[in-house]
Ligand binder design. Structure first.
Ligand code: ZN
Ligand code: FE
Length: 257
């Protein structure tokens, strides 16, 4: 739809702040609340009132600003049912498969356990946008902290069903480090090389590398390319299952410097 406006900015050190504004209803939603002051000043710049916060998971760098923003704006907080006790100021708890309407658009909620046990993602098909929090990053995925590798693999897999022209919005500006690591697995992938060049240029100019289309991710993100023979050969895992390949890649990333 033509009436939406997305404002993304970096806050804390590498978190993305993100505001979605609907010109028709005047509704404005923040995706997570990493930093109340940064979000407030972005709202003030455009004379907007915050009406909603969509929370992906309970980590401090995603929830710390909630109570201050609620006090300032009286906004409604929508977040993960399975982490309800850990989300300050939560008003509406949602789980995977549930849908709600925001500014006349349908918002789908996906369960994405792995990074945290109750992590959720939000998908707005009408806006060709998915908000992945710390589950899927550009050219990477989140660290598996509370869940199992199998859960994270399944969580990441859900993104494969999205149309290629869907925009991926994620929780952190980690793309440069992710590209550097992905190139160790997939060195001859020219699209990944091109993404690395683009990302280096953007970061040198202090610009953000997201959002990115899922179509680009399908061609560059190793966690979405587990069946790729070049990657499997680099790992010496031509015959392994997708879950084994996922686990190996995610484990290598943990130890990558
Ligand atoms: Zn997190
Ligand atoms: Fe985070």
């Amino acid at each position: 739809m033509a009436h939406i406006d997305m404002r993304q900015f970096i806050c804390r050190s590498d978190n993305f702040g993100l505001l979605i504004h609907d010109h028709v209803s005047g509704a404005t939603a923040a995706i997570d609340a990493p930093d109340a002051n940064a979000i407030e000043s972005e709202l003030r710049k455009f004379g907007r009132q915050l009406t909603h916060i969509f929370v992906t998971h309970h980590h401090a760098d995603h929830v710390e600003g909630i109570l201050q923003l609620k006090e300032l704006f009286g906004c409604k907080v929508i977040g993960p049912k399975a982490e309800a006790g850990k989300i300050p100021g939560l008003d509406i708890a949602m789980g995977g498969g549930e849908k709600f309407t925001w500014a006349k658009r349908q918002v789908e909620v996906w369960d994405c356990p792995g990074h945290t046990a109750g992590h959720i993602a939000f998908h707005i098909p009408d806006e060709l946008s998915v908000f992945a929090g710390d589950t899927l990053f550009s050219v990477g995925c989140g660290r598996v902290i509370e869940g199992t590798m199998e859960q994270m693999w399944q969580s990441v897999n859900q993104f494969k069903k999205l149309p290629a022209h869907t925009y991926l919005y994620c929780g952190h500006e980690y793309t440069m480090a992710n590209c550097r690591f992905a190139l160790t697995l997939d060195p001859d992938n020219w699209r990944l090389q091109a993404r690395m060049n683009e990302v280096e240029k953007l970061r040198a100019e202090d610009k953000m590398t997201c959002p990115v289309t899922m179509g680009d991710e399908f061609k560059t993100n190793p966690y979405l390319r587990l069946d790729d023979l070049a990657i499997r050969n680099t790992l010496g895992m031509a015959e392994a299952t997708d879950l084994q390949v996922f686990t190996e890649i995610r484990t290598r990333k943990n130890n990558f410097k």
